[in-house]
Write a protein that binds this ligand. Structure first.
Ligand code: SER
Length: 321
């Protein structure tokens, strides 16, 4: 990767992936693009930025040509719970951005990464130690888009030689940009609740295990997979990767160890509960470990220390809304 375009750069992952790439590949070699610059003024101020509606293929091509892009990160997506509010719109956005990205990668010979997710699995998948290759019949429109993306990524590789690679991300926990409309968002919001109000109302029932990962591991995964020796890859779209699996009581307890007055109650959201119940309790990520040396660094304890420290500092400076 020499010239990278990150589409959907203002979102939870993009807002940290762009500066991460800039450190590795140089500021001028990483172009951030989003539908408008409201959500990403920090990106627009710190490096090349382009306004792009990913459904506008002509504009997308113009940017790829202008910057001589050779790798595209397509991060455009409506997340799982939001997708269920308007499935037709979620399909239009998620698949529209995906198809334009794949077609442009084919025409302009770019490598392409479009994240998949734990959401690509469904109730008929084995939910404990979920294998890399197994039944995938998701119950959400988000998951249907993700499986479609995986199949198309492999199709474009075999049919056209497009260097398409990706991972199935678990819930990603971070402290720069909030996720919006996902089922795993609770594991981010709980830290903000702890710092701002010393309490949190959890929308997912106790006992619901989901795979999770701290953002620094997710950023490393993107670089490591895209830089991996292609001859070692038996899989491409998409690799199971995980760093930890926990249920709400466990993350609440990790916070309570550090903040004894923190309290958590439940107000279960039935849509999120149904989605969480259809996703793996924990995935088997041995193929990623074997094929490109995937190895997470963060666990629930070290992540909780870091999240409380960083969000606590922002709160003290009055930077939280
Ligand atoms: N974080 C996503 C969601 O909850 C899953 O990939 O929708």
């Amino acid at each position: 990767m020499k010239k990278i375009l990150v589409v959907g750069a203002g979102g939870q992952i993009g807002s940290e992936l762009v500066p991460h790439f800039q450190k590795i590949y140089g500021v001028e070699n990483v172009v951030a693009a989003d539908i408008n610059c409201n959500s990403c003024t920090h990106l627009a101020e710190n490096g090349p930025f382009e306004e792009l509606d990913a459904l506008n293929k002509d504009r997308y091509i113009e940017i790829v040509k202008k910057h001589k892009i050779d790798a595209i990160f397509n991060l455009v997506a409506l997340l799982s719970a939001k997708g269920e509010k308007n499935p037709q719109f979620a399909w239009q956005i998620n698949i529209g951005a995906l198809m334009n990205s794949l077609e442009i990668a084919r025409e302009y010979k770019c490598a392409i990464f479009t994240p998949s997710s734990i959401g690509a699995f469904g109730t008929s998948s084995p939910l404990d130690n979920t294998p890399q290759d197994t039944v995938m019949r998701p119950n959400t429109i988000y998951g249907i888009c993700k499986v479609t993306g995986e199949l198309l990524g492999d199709y474009y590789f075999h049919r056209y030689g497009v260097d398409a690679r990706s991972v199935r991300f678990p819930g990603i926990i971070s402290n720069v940009t909030l996720p919006g409309g996902g089922t795993t968002d609770y594991a981010v919001e709980i830290y903000y609740g702890a710092i701002q109000q010393k309490k949190f109302v959890c929308p997912i029932p106790a006992g619901t295990y989901l795979d999770m990962m701290y953002m620094p591991d997710a950023l490393n995964a993107c670089v490591q997979l895209m830089e991996a020796d292609p001859s070692k890859l038996k899989h491409r779209n998409s690799f199971n990767i995980t760093a930890m699996s926990f249920e709400p009581e466990q993350i609440a307890n990790a916070i309570r160890k550090r903040m004894p007055d923190f309290t958590m109650t439940y107000d279960v959201d039935p849509v999120k509960k149904a989605i969480a119940d259809s996703w793996p309790n924990y995935m088997n990520d041995s193929c990623a470990r074997e094929e490109w040396n995937w190895k997470p660094k963060w666990n629930l304890e070290t992540m909780t220390d870091d999240m409380l420290k960083i969000i606590g500092e922002k709160h003290a400076k009055g930077l939280l809304k």
